[in-house]
Design a protein around this ligand. Structure first.
Ligand code: FDA
Length: 303
């Protein structure tokens, strides 16, 4: 985790920074790059356009850290509506959900019930559900809830973060359950006791996990990175893999690479966030790349 990422994470927690980003034209312009729009209609429109370009989609109705039961239930209902839109609009899409949006920070049972409802709605829509991975205080609950739901429904997937020291064991535990496993580097600030800190160490951990994942016929690997070296390693490993896998990338990041891989015949899924609660999502995108912060600061001062 770079000093830059830590500094951005700390700065964006300040209310004044949040106001500056959410209430200025420069902040909203930056959000437009990474977020499809405020509504499900906007998410569906962007998904249809990406489908036309040969890319599939994961729809993320933005929201996290919900602290009241009504809010968690509303978020679950909104996701059920999103799932219904997938066949209605003829989309090649699934959904990505954060368990703290579905009530995990209130009570794990609330989130588990919500995941059950979503898995059933996804089955009706012939779609799947991917559970995002949030900060390390939620890792164990997220894995447990995923494992139970996947055993019952069989149409789920989960994200694992390469930077966590625990992930090799989690991967071994989850592979026999099938489903899809999304491997990413990890986007939250975590301490050295539990997570690799340097980008070299994180990349090496990603590569080790990727080798295990690509050799597991039970699961559909979802390789979530924009990193050219890891993409190239994936293509090498794919030569020995009989079963399907997919690349996953974020809306607004390396679009040409998404299209290049699709043109090579690879399955590529774009993660498309929509909704008005975009601030925490945007702060993680800002922390990943100094250039995004410069873009914002320059726009803010009018250059
Ligand atoms: P890296 O950060 O090294 O970037 C490689 C290159 O990609 C950069 O040089 C740049 O060109 C481009 N790039 C990357 N990020 C960019 C950005 N923000 N803006 C512009 N260019 C950028 N994390 C998590 O903790 N839990 C989760 O559930 C998920 N889910 C998830 C889904 C999908 C589909 C993706 C692609 C990623 C996630 N992540 C995530 C985020 C992930 O952990 C990681 O923070 C980002 O993907 C950035 O890491 P890269 O692997 O792309 O490498």
């Amino acid at each position: 985790m770079s000093i830059f990422t830590r500094a951005v994470a700390a700065a964006t927690e300040a209310a004044v920074v949040e106001r500056t980003i959410t209430r200025t034209r420069a902040g909203r312009a930056l959000a437009r790059r990474f977020v499809a729009g405020d509504s499900l209609e906007a998410g569906s429109r962007v998904a249809a356009e990406l489908n036309r370009q040969g890319l599939s989609v994961s729809l993320d109705h933005l929201g996290e850290g919900v602290t009241d039961r009504e809010g968690a239930e509303r978020a679950t209902d909104e996701y059920i509506e999103t799932l219904a839109r997938i066949p209605a609009d003829g989309l090649r899409a699934n959904i990505s959900v954060k368990l703290t949006q579905l009530g995990l920070s209130i009570d794990a049972g609330i989130a588990a019930k919500a995941v059950d409802r979503l898995a059933m709605a996804a089955a009706e829509a012939s779609a799947t559900v991917t559970i995002d991975m949030e900060d390390s205080s939620y890792t164990q609950d997220t894995i447990d809830i995923y494992a139970e739901a996947q055993k019952r429904h069989g149409n789920l997937g989960v994200c694992l973060q390469a930077y966590l020291h625990r992930t090799p064991e989690d991967l071994e535990r989850l592979i026999p359950l099938g489903g899809h496993i999304r491997l990413c580097k990890g986007a939250y600030v975590e301490p050295a006791q539990i997570a690799f800190q340097s980008s070299d160490d994180v990349d090496a951990a990603f590569a080790r996990l990727l080798i295990v994942l690509m050799q597991a016929p039970e699961v559909r690997p979802a390789v979530a990175t924009h990193d050219p070296r890891l993409i190239s390693l994936t293509l090498d490993l794919a030569a020995d893999r009989g079963e399907k896998f997919e690349f996953q990338m974020l809306y607004g990041v390396r679009q040409n690479e998404q299209l290049r891989l699709a043109a090579l015949g690879e399955d590529v899924r774009v993660y498309v966030p929509f909704g008005s609660a975009w601030y925490p999502y945007l702060t993680r995108r800002l922390g990943e790349r100094p250039a995004n912060m410069w873009f914002f600061l320059r726009a803010l001062v009018g250059h």
